[in-house]
Write a protein that binds this ligand. Structure first.
Ligand code: AMP
Length: 289
């Protein structure tokens, strides 16, 4: 496994690999956990060479968000990636990614401005800009993203389609802890009490999923159920709890299997998000069985 810190080196290694066979790209911000590693393993199974980028992208953080305290653990990440079968690790530096001359942004109407985009203004512009740049650097034939950040996967897919980018977007299932909490680098910020509150996100998704399977197809009723579960578990209102069409994030009046329940909420000073496609199994988790 090669660890590359220079942009030119990284570009050359990726393009050489891309000429030899299928290059898979896994973009991350580091502080890796099993969720990230599941993407690496999937890329390993699908591609000839697996490149993983680690870059805490300042463009996708708002002014008062956690850019400065975002966990960084390069040496441990490299070991985890080696064990998961990565070939190339690109440790990208801010000055190389965004030199003073950098003035371009990719923005997306509608999809990029609703729900998570409304809660974090400019967030998806930052995500799309860095993903487009990473695609430019690496030239992958496939790029792997997690369902955990569902809206992100949808905006990236749309960008790839709109701009005819020559890469296939592969979306991989959310990896959860035994208690049901979706793995996230930000879970490291949670105290035990906050973690218990955080479980109300998966509880809300589970409640909506069970109600749907029991025949409740009124989206507003399912959203109300999620809100109620979240309020009870958190002690305050979430940022949102919504049922969306997976293709365009419209809000159907009637839920159907495959509609995605999306939730986000602050827990202490941490913001958690989660989602679940209605009709597919969720749990039972350790404390429920
Ligand atoms: P991040 O480092 O948070 O930017 O995440 C990098 C990639 O890992 C994104 O495509 C995420 O959606 C994905 N990811 C993060 N957490 C999980 C998880 N629990 N399960 C599956 N994929 C995940």
């Amino acid at each position: 496994m090669d660890v590359l810190r220079e942009l030119e080196q990284a570009r050359r290694a990726c393009h050489d690999a891309g000429r030899r066979g299928r290059l898979g790209l896994v973009p991350t911000m580091g502080a890796l956990h099993e969720g990230h590693l599941s993407l690496v393993r999937r890329a390993r199974a699908d591609c000839d060479t697996v490149a993983v980028t680690i870059f805490v992208n300042p463009l996708q953080f708002g002014a008062h968000e956690d850019l400065d305290r975002y966990p960084r653990q390069e040496a441990q990440d490299a070991e985890l990636l080696r064990a998961a079968g990565a070939d190339l690790v690109l440790l990208l530096q801010r000055e190389q990614m965004y030199p003073k001359s950098f003035i371009t942004r990719i923005t997306q109407d509608a999809l990029g401005e609703t729900l998570e985009g409304a809660a974090r203004e400019g967030h998806f512009d930052g995500v799309l800009t860095v993903v487009a740049k990473l695609f430019g650097i690496a030239g992958p034939c496939r790029a792997f993203f997690g369902h955990k950040d569902f809206q992100q996967s949808v905006v990236v897919r749309r960008m790839v389609a709109d701009l005819e980018l020559p890469a296939e977007v592969v979306v991989c299932p959310t990896v959860r802890d035994t208690d049901g909490l979706a793995l996230s680098s930000r879970n490291a910020y949670l105290s035990p009490e906050e973690r218990a509150q955080g479980l109300s996100l998966v509880a809300a998704l589970g409640a909506a999923n069970r109600a749907f399977l029991d025949g409740e197809h009124d989206s507003r009723a399912l959203e109300a159920l999620m809100l109620e579960t979240l309020r009870a578990g958190l002690g305050h209102a979430p940022d949102y709890a919504a049922l969306v069409d997976p293709d365009d994030f419209s809000r159907p009046a009637q839920a159907r299997a495959g509609c995605v329940a999306v939730v986000a909420a602050p827990v202490g000073s941490t913001r958690l998000l989660d989602n679940h496609a209605l009709g597919s199994p969720l749990g039972p988790f350790a404390h429920e069985s």
